[in-house]
Design a binder for this molecule. Structure first.
Ligand code: NDP
Length: 245
């Protein structure tokens, strides 16, 4: 990657809503050719109509290794290369540890942590050839855990650990690894929380502040991806001004 996105090929996971959707659109507007992956392909088709540039719509489930490998292969087949992976797909099923429904833990680990690792595994050979970049959408929960976010935070702490190891392994070959840690962003994310009390807390928190918008995070991704080749922006922490903790 260098300081322009013109013609660059970027694969964005979880592009059917929120941060992924806004990022795919921003990168397309900046001239990138973008593969958009998620399970809700109807949303992706609408995004493709709106985006100004070339878009490849793919049904992608990051918890399914074959689906991940197929998505990377289809991108390279269509565009000839892969310059950046935006590892964004995620779920946040917040709740207390006591009496938790552990199937929700499995979903979070499978999606946020293993899913993003599978994506890196599949994309890395191509990124090494293109001297590309990996953007990991982590969270402020990847820096500070809090009550009712134990497993979600564990997945995001895990992403940080994996990303630092990855950075050390590939930086000498010109691949840049960028971890983005947003605070509260207005998206569908908290709507999937099954515990009504925690879901209401998240809604109250959103209403108590001027939250970030998905486009704010998309701007951070675009910033990191358009630095000159010798500049590696490894970490961006971006919170709403109104968010104290
Ligand atoms: P959304 O719920 O709007 O978006 C989540 C995206 O992930 C959707 O496009 C969804 O697509 C996709 N997704 C979920 N599971 C899978 C799967 N198994 N395979 C492929 N795609 C999947 O939330 P956000 O935009 O907020 O979340 C995006 C990322 O940002 C997440 O990693 C989240 O942890 C992180 N984040 C969000 C913050 C916030 O406050 N909103 C703060 C910090 C980080 P589909 O269901 O169609 O498959």
């Amino acid at each position: 990657m260098n300081d322009t996105l013109e013609g660059k090929v970027v694969l964005v996971t979880g592009a059917s809503s929120g941060i992924g959707q806004a990022t795919a659109l921003a990168l397309s507007k900046a001239g990138a050719r973008v593969t958009v992956g998620a399970r809700r392909t109807d949303r992706l088709e609408s995004l493709a109509q709106e985006a100004p540039g070339e878009i490849l719509v793919l049904k992608l489930d990051v918890t399914d290794r074959q689906s991940v490998e197929d998505a990377v292969a289809a991108t390279v087949e269509r565009f000839g290369t892969l310059d950046a992976l935006v590892n964004n797909a995620g779920v946040m099923l917040s709740g207390a540890i006591l009496n938790a429904d552990t199937t929700e833990w499995t979903r979070m680990v499978d999606t946020n942590l293993l899913g993003s690792m599978y994506m890196v595994h599949a994309a890395l050979p191509h990124l090494l050839r293109s001297r590309g970049a990996v953007v990991q959408i982590s969270s402020t929960s990847g820096r500070t855990a809090s009550a009712a976010s134990g497993v979600y935070a564990a997945t995001k702490f895990g992403i940080t650990a994996f990303s630092e190891a990855l950075r050390q392994e590939v930086t000498a070959q010109g691949v840049r690894v960028i971890v983005i840690e947003p605070g509260f962003v207005s998206t569908e994310l908290a709507g999937h929380i099954t515990d009504p009390t925690i879901r209401a807390m998240a809604r109250d928190m959103a209403e108590s502040m001027r939250t970030l918008q998905p486009e704010d995070v998309a701007g951070a991704v675009a910033y990191a991806l358009t630095q000159p080749e010798h500049v590696a922006v490894n970490e961006i922490l971006i919170r709403p001004t109104d968010q104290a903790r």
